[in-house]
Design a protein around this ligand. Structure first.
Ligand code: DER
Length: 221
C-alpha cells in the first residue's frame, strides 16, 4: 500500500460542500489535492487557500477554485503534511520550505488535519532538523543567537545557492538534541531578531491521519 496516498485520500472525507480549505504542501497532501480536484470536477463546491506557490500551481492545474485572506477571514479545514509527528500530535514541519504560510493557514483554520505516513511518527521531536525561516539580511548574527539555544543551524541550499522561500527568506535547518520543551524552544526562536518563524507546530493539529503497525489507516486525535 502507498501509505502517502492512503492517508492523503482519507483526509478528503472531512471536506464538505462550500468549505474553505487550507491546501498544504508536500508529497503526501499531493494525494489529497489530486482527489479534491477529481471531486471538484464532479461538482464539489469548495475554495482553497494554498500554503505555497507550488501548491497554488498544482491547485490551478487541478481546477480547484482558489481564494485568499483578502476575501475570507476563516478557514473551515486545513489539510497538510508533516516531517515529524510526536505522540502528543506536536509537529515538525518545513521540510518543503513552506512553514510560514503553512503556520498562518493552520492558525486560521477551525480544524487542522495532518496526513503523515508511518515513517513520520516519533516518540519525541528532534530527529528531523528543525527548519527556521530567517531574514537573509542578518543571517550570521541570527545563526549565532540560534546556536546559543543549543541547536546547530545550517543554511539550506538549492542548486548551489541558498534556498529562497516563497516569502524571499532563507531557511536554517537546525540539528537538535531531543526537543524536551518544544513550546519554550518555539518561543525562544521566534524572539530572535531576524527569525520569521520556525517549524514547530505545537498543540495545533486536531487530527493526524496515519498508518498503524498493521498497515491500517488510523485517525489520532
Ligand atoms: O514542509 C512541510 O511541512 C510539508 O508539509 C512537508 O515537509 C511534508 O512532508 P511530505 O512531503 O513527506 O508529505
Amino acid at each position: 500500500m502507498n501509505e502517502k496516498q492512503a492517508v492523503g485520500e482519507k483526509a478528503v472525507e472531512f471536506v464538505k460542500k462550500d468549505m474553505v480549505v487550507g491546501l498544504g504542501t508536500g508529497s503526501t497532501v499531493f494525494y489529497t489535492l489530486s482527489l479534491l480536484g477529481k471531486l471538484v470536477q464532479q461538482g464539489l463546491s469548495i475554495k482553497g487557500i494554498p500554503t505555497s506557490v507550488q501548491t497554488e500551481k498544482l491547485a490551478k492545474e487541478l481546477n480547484i477554485p482558489l481564494t485568499s485572506f483578502d476575501e475570507i477571514d476563516q478557514i473551515d479545514i486545513a489539510i497538510d503534511g508533516a516531517d515529524e509527528v510526536s505522540g502528543s500530535l506536536d509537529l515538525i514541519k518545513g521540510g518543503g520550505g513552506a512553514l510560514l504560510r503553512e503556520k498562518i493557514v493552520a492558525k486560521a483554520a477551525k480544524k487542522l488535519i495532518i496526513v503523515a505516513d508511518s515513517t513520520k511518527l516519533v516518540d519525541q521531536l528532534g530527529s528531523f532538523p528543525l527548519p527556521v525561516e530567517i531574514v537573509p539580511f542578518v543571517m550570521k548574527a541570527t545563526k549565532r543567537h540560534i546556536q546559543k539555544l543549543g541547536i546547530h543551524p545550517e543554511l539550506r541550499m538549492a542548486n548551489g545557492a541558498p534556498f529562497i522561500t516563497d516569502n524571499g527568506n532563507y531557511i536554517l535547518d537546525c540539528a537538535c538534541p531531543k526537543i524536551l520543551a518544544p513550546n519554550e524552544l518555539e518561543n525562544n526562536l521566534n524572539m530572535i531578531p531576524g527569525v520569521v518563524d520556525n517549524g514547530l507546530f505545537i498543540g495545533m493539529a486536531d487530527m493526524v491521519i496515519t498508518v498503524d503497525k498493521n498497515k491500517e489507516v488510523i485517525l489520532r486525535e
